[in-house]
Design a protein around this ligand. Structure first.
Ligand code: DGL
Length: 351
């Protein structure tokens, strides 16, 4: 049975929701892309070997009838896949659809259902290209819909409640799982299987949902949505940016391979504060000579990669506190504006 064992917690939180008529309720559109929140398995104890992206959005909405108390909810299937298969063309399609929907006075907020593996990349991309102050909330789950204690239904209920709330306006794209609200700029997946996987170690959550109430404590100050200069309305592709991981005994050939494969930018998941071996450094410097923008991030998981005099000399960009996968998103968008590393550095300092 779908979502068994989870609806009792939804029943508890709905008690705080007033009885509003259809006309009083906000209109929230759910755009579905797949992931575990749409996952299904033969066994209710299977929380890892399931098929992700198995259920369509109509089935998911039907399984959480409590949503009707919060908003006039309608669903739209964008794709139905594991998020490891989300690519640039899906990102562009999703962003354009969201911008079209939010331009209408009939839409008050957007929820995107998404696999958790690359959720933060989509969230940060949307954070930079959505042109509206209306709430956009990305939600996933760690257990499939068929599991004992599936977390999807309450996560979805929370997402619709956030997307319906006035307080969520102009906070950039938000992420919710496990009763927490995170900012797309700061949140990251930190655990392969646990339900409390989304964290932002240094900057913290921006809010939480407790007793059926959405509460905000912080807001992201980095530029987002209506203050962002990035615009995808006329783009049908994004520049190729690859990520190269640093490790002992690494070499330059992956840099050469990326350049030969047409990379316009390379993000380095450097060790520590963005350090690279001498051999990797040679590959990166030669890439710069060929017009490729190198951005140094870190494989550590938190902290800022500081910008040193040697980075200016090498014409390298540093990623501030963006992890490699989010640095790739910003570098792709930056390269739609300029190839100048100094200007791109400004973007990394601002966004
Ligand atoms: N394949 C993964 C994805 O869609 C499932 C993980 C998840 O959604 O939690 O990202």
């Amino acid at each position: 049975m779908l979502f068994s064992g989870s609806l009792s917690s939804v029943n508890a939180s709905k008690m705080t929701v007033k009885n509003l008529t259809k006309n009083d309720l906000p209109n929230v559109k759910i755009l579905a892309t797949g992931g575990t929140i749409a996952g299904s398995s033969q066994s209710s104890t299977d929380t890892t070997g399931y098929e992700s992206g198995a259920l369509d959005i109509k089935t998911i909405i039907k399984a959480v009838p409590e949503l009707k108390k919060l908003a006039n909810v309608s669903g739209e299937q964008i794709v139905n896949i594991g998020s490891q298969n989300i690519n640039n063309s899906i990102l562009l399609k999703l962003a354009k659809r969201i911008n079209t929907l939010l331009a209408s006075k009939d839409v008050d907020g957007i929820v995107v259902t998404h696999g958790t593996d690359t959720l933060e990349e989509t969230a940060y991309f949307l954070n930079l290209v959505v042109k509206s102050q209306k709430p956009v909330v990305i939600v996933g789950s760690m257990r499939p819909a068929t599991a004992i204690s599936a977390d999807g239904p309450l996560n979805l209920y929370n997402a619709v409640e956030i997307a319906s709330s006035k307080e969520a306006k102009d906070k950039g794209v938000l992420v919710t799982l496990n009763d927490r609200i995170g900012a797309a700029r700061y949140i990251t997946k930190t655990n392969t299987t646990a339900t409390d996987t989304f964290k932002s170690a240094e900057q913290g959550y921006v809010g939480e949902i407790a007793g059926g109430k959405v509460v905000f404590y912080n807001e992201p100050i980095r530029k987002h949505t209506t203050k962002s200069i990035f615009n995808v309305s006329k783009l049908d592709k994004l520049p190729q940016v690859d990520i190269l991981y640093t490790y002992q005994n690494d070499n330059r050939y992956l840099y050469d391979a990326a350049v030969n494969a047409g990379a316009k930018g390379i993000v380095v998941a450097g060790s520590g504060n963005g350090s690279m071996s001498d051999t990797a450094l040679e590959g990166a410097k030669d890439a710069v000579k060929k017009g490729v923008v190198i951005t140094k991030s870190s494989r550590v998981g938190s902290g800022i990669v500081t910008h040193e005099a040697s980075d200016d000399k090498d014409k390298f960009v540093t990623s501030d506190s963006l992890n490699p996968q989010k640095a790739r998103i910003l570098l792709m968008l930056a390269l739609t504006k300029t190839k100048n590393p100094k200007k791109i550095q400004d973007y990394f300092d601002e966004y």
